[in-house]
Ligand binder design. Structure first.
Ligand SMILES: Nc1ncnc2c1ncn2[C@@H]1O[C@H](COP(=O)(O)OP(=O)(O)OP(=O)(O)O)[C@@H](O)[C@H]1O
Ligand SMILES: [Mg+2]
Length: 497
């Protein structure tokens, strides 16, 4: 049961906001398609229509030439279509087996669940996707990469013939990414069609057969992947030539007293004996594999988790940070890598999201909505947040635009030390450049900037020095110069040098 999918003049509006404007293209079965487009181009929305999570406002969806109308994801599943979401959709408090069979439980007779049969089938699909886990494990105990494999196992158990993967590698280590790619190759060999959405063009180049490009809610073009360079992909996406991805940076400030000094920082279970300094105007990177302890290190430093520090000074003065509140009062700000869990209140409007952390300027003496609204307009402009209306909840922004809002929010209180954890995750190439530009500007304004990133090229492209972490330890602190390349960083990060 393989089929050709056809979008025919598909439109979608959310209230007055027109998001898709008559999208038409078809997808013959059994290939891997890359779906490219800027943040907010409509990729996730179109795929949610395909997988039954959203209904189109107009147009048709056809499978093998026959129109289908899905009223929910179950209808799509029944037709063989499954989607692995940008933000996961599993139930953490159920077991792996319960998640795999959720809504499709096998029964003995009319009333009793057939746990034995479900356990055996779950074990079989877990084997197929290469996940060594007990079917009775709670999903909440799994790491992200494992949850993703459970999502795929769930789709396979339901006989999916088409799999939509929305930025599946955003939170995976290089090793996990390789395993996922190997699994995708096996699925393709079995005739499964895969739709792959990603802003990582090197991956798109590697795993896809054909590319579909969308811009502003419209289909723009399609092409065999091998016929396009990454530069061409980027230009097609953003509709203009992209100049250098990394803007020029000022030289590393020399001879200045460090703005931030950290010695002997321990975060129990995560990081041991870490020490570094950052001068005003300096950009310090933190490299390492997912799980190397970089995030936990800064959560410890900023009072978000237990930690001890032998010496901590700001502008030469010893300081203590016992809570995030104290960190904020001292002039620290922190962009969390976990946008949905710790960054934004996605069910709140944009306005509140921007000002929640820094209400003081809007209280005179009471909260002033017009002032808040003005600050929001300014942020939408400064950070290039693409939205047709500002009167929406944060959850209605596309993934990359949520990231820009999160950035606007942490920079709002005019901080001295800026810690950015994975600042460009899920962000398109055009917007990435804007964020790199912003990082340079923050440094130029005399702040100390710390960037944690899993994208090594990004650190090399925008930092002055890079600390490499492995297993909670500081492996090396390297100057960014002409000799430094990705390979050197990987060797330190994996301990193979
Ligand atoms: N429920 C909603 N209400 C209002 N607007 C919405 C809603 N859901 C999505 N949108 C808007 O639709 C547009 C397309 O969003 P979509 O999530 O499809 O983009 P995307 O191409 O997946 O972007 P990204 O690369 O950032 O993930 C965005 O402008 C977004 O704000
Ligand atoms: Mg998306």
């Amino acid at each position: 049961m393989s089929f050709t999918v056809q979008f025919d003049q598909v439109t979608k509006a959310f209230g007055p906001v027109q998001v898709l404007h008559g999208v038409s293209f078809d997808l013959p079965a059994g290939r891997v398609y890359g779906l490219l487009g800027e943040n907010g181009a409509g990729k996730s929305t179109l795929m949610k229509i395909l997988a039954g999570y959203e209904r189109p406002s107009g147009g048709h969806l056809l499978l093998d030439g026959r129109e289908v109308r899905f009223t929910g994801p179950r209808d799509a599943e029944a037709a063989g279509i499954a989607m692995i979401h940008q933000e996961f959709a599993l139930a953490d408090d159920l077991t792996v087996m319960q998640n795999v069979f959720l809504g499709h439980e096998l029964k003995k007779g009319r009333l009793w669940l057939d746990d034995e049969a479900m356990r055996a089938e779950t074990a079989a699909v877990l084997e197929e996707v290469g996940l060594r886990a007990d079917p009775d494990t709670l999903v909440g105990r799994l790491i992200v990469a494992e949850k993703q494999l459970v999502e795929i196992a769930k789709a396979l158990q339901r006989q999916a013939r088409l799999l939509v993967m929305d930025e599946p590698t955003a939170t995976l280590t290089p090793g996990e990414t390789e395993r996922l790619f190997a699994l995708m190759a096996r699925l393709k060999a079995r005739g499964v069609t895969i739709l792959y959405i990603s802003h990582k063009l090197d991956e798109v180049e590697r795993v896809t057969d054909e590319l579909i490009v969308m811009r502003d809610g419209r289909f723009v073009t399609r092409s065999a992947t091998r016929d396009l360079s990454r530069q061409q992909m980027a230009s097609l996406m953003i509709g203009r030539e992209l100049s250098d991805l990394y803007p020029p940076r000022d030289a590393r400030p020399e001879g200045r007293q460090p703005l931030l000094q950290v010695q002997g920082l321990n975060v129990p279970g995560w990081a041991q004996d870490i020490g570094f300094e950052v001068a005003p105007g300096e950009i310090l990177g933190f490299a390492g594999l997912v799980g190397a302890g970089r995030t936990e290190l800064f959560e410890g430093l900023l009072g978000l988790r237990p930690a001890t520090v032998a010496h901590l000074a700001l502008g030469g003065e010893p300081v203590r940070i016992r809570s995030p509140r104290e960190a904020a009062d001292l002039g620290f700000t922190y962009l969390s890598e976990d946008r949905k869990g710790k960054g934004l209140h996605v069910d709140f409007p944009l306005r509140q999201n921007l000002t929640l952390m820094a209400l003081a300027p809007y209280c005179r003496p009471w909260l002033s909505p017009p002032a808040e609204q003005q600050a929001l307009q300014q942020a939408v402009h400064d950070f290039g947040i693409r939205t047709r209306s500002t009167a929406i909840k944060a959850s209605a922004l596309s993934g990359g635009n949520q990231q820009k809002l999160a950035l606007a929010r942490v920079l709002h209180p005019n901080p001295k030390v800026v810690v950015l954890d994975e600042p460009t995750r899920g962000v398109d190439v055009g917007a990435k450049r804007d964020i790199y530009e912003l990082i340079q500007r923050l440094a130029r304004e005399g702040r100390a900037v710390i960037v944690i990133s899993s994208e090594l090229m990004e650190l090399i492209g925008c930092c002055h020095r890079i600390v490499v972490m492995r297993g909670g330890r500081q492996q090396a602190t390297l100057d960014v110069d002409a000799q430094l390349n990705e390979e050197v960083l990987i060797r330190h990060a994996t301990g193979t040098h």
